[in-house]
Ligand binder design. Sequence first.
Ligand code: AMP
Length: 176
Amino acid sequence: MQNEKLKSHIRDVPDFPKPGIVFKDITTLLQNPKAFRETLQVLYDRYKGKGIEVVVAIEARGFVIGGALAQMLEAGFVPVRKVGKLPYETHKMEYELEYGTDTLEIHTDAVQKGQKVLVVDDLLATGGTLAATCKLVEMLGGEVVEAAVLIELSYLHGRDKLKGYDLFTMAVYESE
Ligand code: AMP
């Protein structure tokens, strides 16, 4: 699945969830079994044989990609969620939004020390979400092998927040 081909399966929804935001909607990709499969195959081919033991994904769209990929890689799946959603003991990480802050959580027993972890989400915007997730993995002693997203909005410079981590992005948008 090439950059342009993947983009052809992603729908732009202007002014969602608020005016001025162009939402990159991947439901159009997910409902197409061939396109979704090809996307997963790219990720599988990249990470097979790399010793990935755990795929950590961020709610909610990250779960769809991360869950399927974890099965293909024969790795465990671990959810990172917004505060208050995970039932057991958690570690928390606050991160910056455009206005204010938000908090993500991971179960304290979700990753073991030294485990090789792949972090997955659908989209990299300003980078706060993915960076906070990588830090949560490291709080538990996990090794972030790479962070992978389907879509990078490079004009928001999210990569800058992920310095020190390897980052793989499949479709890059250089402007809105
Ligand atoms: P950020 O922390 O700014 O990198 O935001 C990334 C998170 O917000 C991801 O979990 C995305 O699903 C979501 N997100 C941010 N901007 C968009 C957008 N334009 N379209 C779709 N999802 C977005």
